[in-house]
Ligand binder design. Sequence first.
Ligand code: GSH
Length: 218
Amino acid sequence: MAYTLIVGTRNWSSWSLRPFVALKATGVPFETVDIRLRQTDHPTTREQIFKHSPAGRVPVLKIEENGNSMTVWDSLAICETLAERHPEAELWPRDAAARAMARSYACEMHSGFPDLRDQLSMDFVRKLALPGLREDTKTQIARILEAWDAALTACQGEFLFGKLSVADCMYAPVVSRFDTYGIAVPASVRAYMDRIIALPAMREWGLAAQAEVEAGIA
Ligand SMILES: N[C@@H](CCC(=O)N[C@@H](CS)C(=O)NCC(=O)O)C(=O)O
């Protein structure tokens, strides 16, 4: 069995970061293929991504197994597939009620917060000035802080649902964004953010993102 994760420019690709953190949590070795986003010269970003996925977006996970090749695209589909294939990693909580809640958190992130994404785009290694926020962006930030606080208070664990789960993976880029733009957060949330930032997967991602910045491609 061999995994290859196709990711976008590390400094920017918030969607790619999610399954990277999940894949690291499984402990299974994997290769990465980096595709430069926002590349308009030949070959364009789109052309490169289409070599790997019919959806034309990263992340993409390729699984080679028993002579067969399988392609999974979309961050949440990849995280779900990893959770199913590696139950020992407990990427979803064991308890059914907690699992339903963690799924709600992951899906709320996956399908929501458009203004936050638009105004506070991920720039993994930089610290940037907070732009003037729209009311919708402020509401979305408040909702995320409320959701994190509720889960951390209920579970009293290191991560949203105790052990690192897909919910944390889905929110890892939001942690990075809050850090980049210096969003004011309560102490309990700050401690949670620091634990996410300290994950080896985040550090490894950060080194690759830093290299991109130094190379002038991000
Ligand atoms: N909902 C998708 C979104 C994926 C997505 O939008 N990826 C961006 C990069 S972060 C992309 O591939 N953009 C293609 C491009 O820039 O041409 C997911 O969860 O994976």
